[in-house]
Design a protein around this ligand. Structure first.
Ligand SMILES: *Cc1c(COP(=O)(O)O)cnc(C)c1O
Length: 475
């Protein structure tokens, strides 16, 4: 493709994306395809000879779009929002301007410096403690962009594991690292995302999944009991994960309770704030994260609730040396400068995309006030949905609606609720997902659309209540 063709085809593609978005409400939210349907339309072998660009693009509309779920549809209320906005789409394109990867500082100086700066910007907007910022007085901390929240949790767990083993070695010089490792225990709650358990599998540490209270929160009594129980067995608690906005129902663990306890037991407290963390840009949500000062690390995913395209998960750590101590291979001579500024030592991949750019563009384009409006709009609309569903009288609201997620269920059996959601989703008129907790199956309604309005919410309320009418009539 030469430069002129790139210019033409690029403009056409922007047009296609713009038109697609403009008319998205006319499409079904979810496709009707069955497993294998899309695959059948695709050749088993890649072409021997190059094809015409227009022929390739034609297949997007004919094969790919009909098999896609439309996350940017105004009636998409599933999972969590997919951070996506036009400035972020453009930034994604621009990130390929110079090509190459952001591994060491010298591989991409501007990208590295920008990453450090935007991570501080974001942390300041959220009101995170100074210790997490790279450029604050005497700070030892800092932030970095990873691919996913899963990786953020994993690398912090690995740092905590390394630290714990180093400490144990001093007291048990005759024990091998393997023996010491076998004594370590990490803790999370039944509300924690599955990626937390996965991290423990990868890091080869025991994980205890603890019960939550009636509000789906992990309480210090339960955690302390587990610490004590394990210590009596000769095990060593070293890492605990708290939720700030759990995936299932957006529960927030009381950090002011868990924090002092983790301090007392010398346990690294990591906060998973993947979705809800971004709400902290508005001061009125900060009471929910009281005790954040006790956290050694936190992860927030602007690829969820901050209009920045996946992949873009952020993490901050109180002591950045603990990260590089754990991740730089011992056989590798690495200078202090390299540990500080080469982000290839701050995570699992060596090569990284230029992702700071999309954060920079989106934060500058919307500004703090624009982002606050966006968050508050979603929270207000979730409240609206909650109020209407409550008024109906036939439903229970399962969670505390603090953010943009409402969990609800028909008063009645799990089967009945499964049927309701399945009927709603099959209609293609809206999309929601389910979760469960304490034995109850419930539906999750997440406000997702960037510029969602009251009419979108009323549309959903009407569909939910109409489908409930029909279902209850049949039963
Ligand atoms: C979505 C989510 C994750 C997983 O994030 P990935 O970026 O997909 O790895 C982890 N924790 C919570 C609380 C989440 O909501």
């Amino acid at each position: 493709m030469n430069t002129e063709e790139f210019r033409r085809k690029g403009c056409e593609m922007i047009d296609y994306i713009a038109e697609f978005q403009k008319s998205i409400a006319l499409r079904r939210v979810t496709p009707t395809v069955q497993p294998g349907d899309v695959r059948k339309l695709l050749p088993r072998n890649a072409p021997q000879k190059g094809e015409k660009w227009d022929d390739i693009i034609k297949d997007i509309e004919e094969i790919i779009v009909p098999g896609s779920v439309h996350w940017k549809h105004p009636h998409f209320f599933a999972y969590f929002p997919a951070g996506c906005s036009f400035p972020s789409v453009l930034a994604g394109m621009l990130s390929n301007l110079t090509g190459g990867s952001v591994s060491s500082w010298s591989s991409n100086p501007a990208a590295t410096d920008l990453e450090m700066i935007v991570l501080d910007w974001y942390a300041k907007w959220l009101g995170l403690p100074q210790k997490f910022m790279r450029f604050s007085d005497e700070s030892k901390g800092g932030g970095v962009i990873q691919n996913s929240t899963s990786e953020c949790t994993l690398v912090n767990m690995m740092s905590a594991r390394h630290l714990a083993i180093q400490k144990l070695k001093l007291m048990n010089p005759n024990d091998s690292e393997g023996v010491l490792l076998s004594r370590l225990v990490a803790y999370c709650s039944e509300e924690s995302h599955s990626s937390v358990e996965k991290a423990a599998i990868i890091a080869l540490v025991k994980m205890r999944i603890l019960e939550t209270d009636e509000r789906f929160c992990l309480r210090s009594k339960i955690l302390e009991y587990a610490f004590e129980e394990d210590k009596k067995k000769g095990l060593i608690p070293f890492f605990a994960i708290a939720n700030f906005g759990s995936t299932s129902c957006c529960a927030c663990d009381p950090l002011h309770e868990l924090g002092p306890l983790c301090d007392k037991y010398d346990v690294w407290l990591h906060v998973d704030a993947a979705y809800a963390g971004s709400s902290l840009i508005c001061k009125e949500f900060r009471y929910l994260i009281k005790g954040i000062n006790y956290a050694k690390s936190i992860t927030v995913n602007p690829g969820k609730w901050f209009l920045i395209n996946i992949d873009c998960a952020l993490m901050w750590i109180e002591d950045r040396r603990l990260l590089t101590d754990a991740l730089v291979p011992g056989s590798f001579e690495v200078s202090d400068f390299s540990k500080e500024f080469d982000f290839c030592h701050w995570g699992i991949p060596n090569s990284r995309r230029f992702r700071a750019l999309k954060i920079w563009l989106v934060l500058r384009y919307y500004g703090k006030e624009g982002m606050q409006r966006y968050i508050r709009n979603h929270v207000g609309l979730a409240k609206e949905f909650e109020n209407h569903i409550r008024l109906d009288g036939r439903f229970d609201i399962v969670n505390e609606v603090n953010f943009g997620l409402v969990c609800f269920r028909l008063k009645g059996s799990n089967m009945l609720n499964k049927e309701l959601l399945s009927n709603l989703n099959a209609s293609g008129k809206l999309h929601m997902t389910a979760s469960s907790g304490k034995g109850l199956y419930f539906t999750r309604f997440a406000v997702c659309m960037q510029n969602a309005i009251s009419a979108d919410i009323m549309y959903a309320v009407k569909l939910v209540t109409d489908f409930a009418d029909e279902l209850l009539c049949l039963h």
